[in-house]
Design a protein around this ligand. Structure first.
Ligand SMILES: Cc1cc2nc3c(=O)[nH]c(=O)nc-3n(C[C@H](O)[C@H](O)[C@H](O)COP(=O)(O)O)c2cc1C
Length: 131
């Protein structure tokens, strides 16, 4: 199974745009056997997607040309045995304090983060949601 993390810059981020993206994800991802999580803020989309390699490649190709965001940058791509978000077609995290602050993102913190650090950040989302 393939796991991928990318970041991008929202264009004109608002609740309606986010609702549109999430409804597409929740419709398409179960069909494509994809799960994952999306962190959304005015300055940042950070998404983890995981599933069969062909389905992930196809989704990432669609995402890259989506005009609701730009500067799409791949941060991690790996083969994994286990899903991190088996129960979520697309977990959505509101402005997440436990992630990098906007200033840190602007300074390039995500581009230099190690795979382990990126994964740990997403793993913290699963704990945060399960309560
Ligand atoms: C930040 C971001 C995250 C997205 N995540 C997903 C996703 O997880 N699944 C999905 O199918 N589409 C996602 N999309 C939308 C795709 O880019 C694309 O518009 C959509 O998959 C097209 O599907 P449709 O032809 O069924 O409308 C995302 C778009 C953005 C901007």
């Amino acid at each position: 199974m393939k796991q991928m993390i990318y970041r991008s810059q929202p264009f004109g981020f608002d609740q309606a745009m986010l609702a549109g993206i999430l409804s597409q994800a929740r419709l398409n991802n179960p069909r494509d056997d994809i799960t994952g999580a999306l962190v959304c803020r005015h300055d940042l989309y950070l998404q983890l997607i995981e599933g069969p390699a062909a389905a992930i490649d196809a989704l990432y190709a669609r995402i890259r040309i989506d005009d609701r965001h730009g500067d799409v940058r791949l941060l991690l791509m790996d083969e994994v045995d286990e899903r991190m978000f088996p129960d979520w077609a697309m977990l959505h995290d509101e402005p997440s304090s436990q992630f990098w602050a906007p200033g840190e993102v602007a300074a390039g913190a995500l581009d230099t983060a190690s795979p382990a650090t990126l994964r740990a950040a997403f793993r913290s989302l699963t704990e945060h949601v399960q309560e």
